[in-house]
Each structure stands twice: as C-alpha cells, then as structure tokens.
Design a protein around this ligand. Sequence first.
Ligand code: MRU
Length: 345
Amino acid sequence: MYTIKTIEWRDDKVVMLDQRLLPLEEVYVTYDDYLSVAKAIEHMVIRGAPAIGVAAAMGVALGALGLSVKTFDEFYKKIEAICERLAKTRPTAVNLFWALERMKRVMIENKNLPIPALQQCLKEEAIRMHHEDIEINRMIGRNGAILLKDGMRVLTHCNAGALATAGFGTALGVIYAAQEEEKRIHVYVDETRPWLQGARLTTWELQKHGVETTLICDNMAASLMAKKEIDCVIVGADRIAANGDVVNKIGTYSVAVLAKYHNIPFYVAAPTSTMDPKIKTGAEIPIEERNAKEVTHIKEQQIAPSHIAVKNPAFDCTPHTLIHAIISEKGIAKAPFETALKNWK
Ligand code: MRU
C-alpha cells in the first residue's frame, strides 16, 4: 500500500509535508524549534485533528531538547510555557490539548530523572504517539470496514485520511481497510469550501491509494443522494462530546441533514483521543473562526467584492441524532452513544 509521510521525527528534527501546496507540489519542510512547529499548525502546513496532536507532541519534544536548564523546576516552567504557546494554535480539535496533557504527564512522572534523560523521555513519548496513531487508525479501519460492502459508493467531507493523521487515516482508513479486504469502493469527495481539503487533499491521497474517486462541489451532494448514487457517508471528527455530538469540518452538519432526509447511514470515524468526555454537548465546543480571505479569495485570486462582510467558521456541530455509528479503535458505537463513549475513555 502507498505510504504518505505526513509528519516524521528525523535526526531530532520534525519533517512535515506542506499541505498548503498539495496537490500541485510535494514539499517537505524541516523544523528544529517548537515555535516554528506552532506556526506550522497555525498556518495549516499540517492539519487534521490527530496530525495536529502528533505535531504538538513533537513540538514539545523539540522545545525540551532545546532547553539548557539545571533543575526540574526550571524545566517544568519552560515546558509549561511551550505547551501554552502550542495550545494557542488551534482551538477546536481536542487531540491538540490531549497530546499536550500527555507530554506534561510524562514530564511529571519522570521528574526524578536527570534533565538529559527527561529530554529523551519526552522525545520518545512524541515518537510513540506517532506510531500509536498509525496503529489506532489501522484498528479504526478494520472495525469500520465491516460497514462497507463490495461496490458501495461512499461520500466523504474534508480530509480525514493519512494527511490528517500520522498515517492511514480515520474515515479514509475505513475505506483503505475495505479495499485491503478486496471490496471495491467508489468515493465521492466534497470539495469542502473554503480551504478545499476535499478537492486538494482527499482526492490526491485517494488517487495515490488507487481508490476510484469522484470530486463534487459541496452543493452537489443532495442531488446525488436524491438519485440514489450515495450508499453511505463517512467523515472524521475534531471533537466528540459525551452525548455523541460531533464537531467536524464546516459543512459536515449539512451532509448529515441530507443523509438523514435520504435515509443514508452517516458514520463518524475517530480515535478515542478525539473524544472529550468533559464536554457534555457539542454546543460547548469552541469553533475556530478563520480569516475572511479564505472565503473572499481562492489562493491569491479575489472572487468577492472588497470589504464584504464574511463569516468563516471552520467547523460545525452534527447532533448525535443524525449519526448512525461512531467507529473508534475500540469498536463501533450506536445510539445512545453516552455509555459506549464512557466505556471507551
Ligand atoms: O481545518 P482542518 O483541515 O484541520 O480540519 C480537519 C477536519 O475537520 C477533519 O475532518 C478532522 O480533523 C478529522 S481528521 C482525521
């Protein structure tokens, strides 16, 4: 199977595939300090909830390696500040905060080690998170592939593939796993305005994996569903509340409403690190508002009048009532979601 290297720890540096340039150019960027990793997350060099988590952990590890302090107290304070900076990069995907908490926990658990050993510990933890994420995605894929039958036509929104994770992907991981089971799956890809994750990234990686792919504009999904050309929908998630409400890329909610109207199963594939049991319902999840230019321009080309008022929420909330199943590395949860999600965490 074709392997996409979204992010990698190499020679004590972090290498990322610059997703802003895909599908036209495949450029790898190398970072050797935490601040440039924070900026890479902010500027969408890397994006997608699990990938952001791994990038943040590697950012902490780079930050730790760059410290020349003598005591644990000094080390702790500096790592806290590094984590605070990384936490400010993007507000919605909980994997970011989950990863930073995990790195801080490892630091505290190893507080008695000499500083160089502690630095190694944090580096090893970040690398472990990278490997674990790929393994978890493979498990999500295996669990979810059961839901896909040979010949199915699947609609996806945004990019929840290898590019959004350390590798293999969540929603697309389910498709890759079904393909490995020799099921023929045809994927319809929503372009996903305004950042065009679908048109630029999902199509690119599905093609690399030899999956039959058709790109559509976001406003075409309803008509395809009405013509019975879609058998199910699979998307990823940025944060899942305790009741099963799912926050994912803007437009996911409209796809879920359409799927409900047309009696088409709507599935969410996500690791348990995307589940936030402290959040009761989706309404409490912070939604990132991004730059107006993403809406008024395509690349540098202006497509709307100057000074027009713009809204650009990057995510929306799909109520649990529209979701048939949530697939994680632990299995498949069906409504009511509370109990399953509680048991998984
Ligand atoms: O703004 P992005 O590109 O980071 O948003 C990504 C998504 O919404 C994905 O669907 C989600 O993170 C799931 S990735 C496995």
